[in-house]
Design a binder for this molecule. Sequence first.
Ligand code: HEC
Length: 236
Amino acid sequence: MKRLFNIGLLLVSASLAVGCFTKDDRNYQYFPNMYESVGYEAYGSYETFENTQEAQLPVEGTIPRGWKPYGFENSNDGYQNAKANLSNPLPYTEDNVNKGKELYTIYCAICHGDKGDGKGTLAQREKILGIPAYNDAGRAITEGSVYHVMFYGINTMGSYASQTSEEERWQINHYVMDLKAKLNGQPQRDFVSENEIAEVELETIDNHSQHEDEASVNEEHESLHTESEEQSHEVN
Ligand code: HEC
């Protein structure tokens, strides 16, 4: 009889325990803080953090994914250096130039004009003054100087570093150099074909290390240069 009672008790308690389980409800949680972590409000103030501020700055030296540092300073020297030494790493393909034209029309034409003559809508309405034509002899813009002013801006012209990616700036760059040539009455350059691209890329590796040599007097860069020279010999 006692045995039967024990079995009965076991069955009842087992069914009670299982009875608590339903697929639709949250189940009993043992140590719930393992499931439910403490949430902090964005910009909230909490003792846990060093300056009690939830919104922490990224660790020093952090760079966004895909972002590469730009090696020229935002100064007159930096401008001159970029103007003389920096050149467009993108091949002059029809695709790149068309993309450049599209972006130019979005970002630059409102001031610089579709032809790059400095007579965009805002210039005509006298909203912004002193916009130069791209073939202004005094400015003698180069691929490097155009990139530099897109990156940092210049006087009343703002920076385009946050609106455009590095690749997009170089695509616009090709188109700006086209406009300059056109204003000067020069013929358009021939597009680089797909098979030529590989060669161009090799040259740019060489060019880049040369520029770094000039930009900083550093022996490490010497070896970089010779390394890439060796590489190109190997491939040739
Ligand atoms: C809001 C009007 C405005 C827009 C938009 C604008 N610019 Fe300019 N840009 C100017 C002005 C003004 C100057 C002359 C600045 C100065 O030197 O005083 C200038 C100068 C320049 C120069 C000559 C800089 C030099 O080396 O002397 C270049 C190249 C240039 N812009 C390219 C661009 C490109 C490319 C874009 C689009 C990504 C662009 N600009 C968008 C107003 C504008």
